[in-house]
Design a protein around this ligand. Structure first.
Ligand SMILES: C[S@@+](CC[C@H](N)C(=O)[O-])C[C@H]1O[C@@H](n2cnc3c(N)ncnc32)[C@H](O)[C@@H]1O
Length: 284
């Protein structure tokens, strides 16, 4: 596996994914009962945007660096994400851009209460070790050096019965959509009330259409699709991504719509677009 998230950290896709993550976890926190967060592809947890890899990738320029100067005007979920970014950049000068960007495990940790739990899988030993280091003082978090799909099979449903699964693979292989769907099928069978968020790139329209058709075949009751584009659909390169949200907590839709509109206007005011639609929306 060649993938290193360090090259991409803080890009538009991270901002989109982590903003939606904040919305889902915030909604789960409205009830006092604890939740459990599973992150099947957790990454290193914290990224130095001034590292050689980040500078070479240059992707944070179109993400957190564009968002940061306008954060005071951001809707609540994006403001909460920016607070998580501020927390990993202590002493940052008012006008300066952040040097560090948190990965999904640290964003989730920032949203978690004392009674909530984080269960995190990462397959690359160096990344898992970094993640352990960044979370070493957090007794709520467990880091597993193992295949994330296999972890979901082994550890769901959680004792809490409430919670969220983030599946955020590198999409280096054409079979990734199939792996995601298989993991979702198994997990949903054992934990039908669990919330699940699947992230995917919008690079290959036939593959995405197949994925949506396969999702429909799973006969899930509630599936919300969120998409963000930072360039016109025909533009070359990676500039669009989506998330399929299974069982999104009630009343998330409005927050996601507002957040995506803000991100589109902030990250791609000229050619950006967003879309939110129900693939399946059974009532009660
Ligand atoms: C897109 S990155 C994750 C980013 C992270 N979720 C975030 O938002 O900060 C994908 C990660 O999955 C890891 N990975 C790849 N295949 C995996 C597998 N089968 N199980 C667990 N981790 C895997 C990669 O090493 C990489 O760190």
């Amino acid at each position: 596996m060649n993938y290193r998230h360090q090259f991409h950290a803080g890009n538009f896709a991270d901002i989109f994914k982590h903003s939606v993550l904040v919305i889902l976890l915030d909604a789960l926190s409205r009830k006092s009962a604890p939740w459990c967060y599973f992150d099947s592809h957790a990454g290193a947890g914290l990224y130095n945007l001034q590292s050689d890899e980040s500078r070479r990738g240059g992707e944070a320029a179109g993400g957190i660096c564009r968002l940061w100067p306008v954060r005071a005007a951001a809707p609540a979920p994006v403001a909460a994400l920016c607070a998580a970014v501020a927390a990993v950049n202590p002493g940052l000068d008012h006008g300066a851009l952040p040097r560090f960007y948190p990965g999904s495990p640290l964003v989730a940790a920032a949203m978690a209460r004392a009674s909530d739990r984080l269960v995190l899988a990462e397959l690359q030993p160096e990344e898992a070790q970094l993640l352990r280091t960044h979370l070493r003082r957090d007794a709520r978090a467990a880091v597993h050096l193992r295949d994330g799909y296999e972890m979901l099979k082994a550890l769901t449903p959680p004792a809490e019965r409430r919670g969220l699964v983030l599946i955020d693979p590198p999409f280096e292989s054409p079979t990734e959509f199939a792996h995601m769907l298989q993991a979702l099928r198994v997990m949903h069978g054992r934990w039908p009330e669990g919330v699940c968020a699947l992230w995917y790139p919008l690079k290959d329209p036939p593959a995405v259409q197949r994925f949506e058709r396969e999702l429909l075949r799973l006969k899930l009751r509630r599936v919300l699709l969120a998409e963000l584009r930072v360039a016109a659909p025909a533009a070359p390169g990676f500039n669009a991504c989506g998330m399929a949200l299974i069982n999104p907590p009630w009343q998330c839709e409005h927050a996601i719509e507002t957040t995506l509109g803000f991100l589109r206007d902030t990250l791609a005011p000229q050619a950006g677009s967003h879309r939110l639609r129900w693939l399946a929306s059974a009532q009660a």
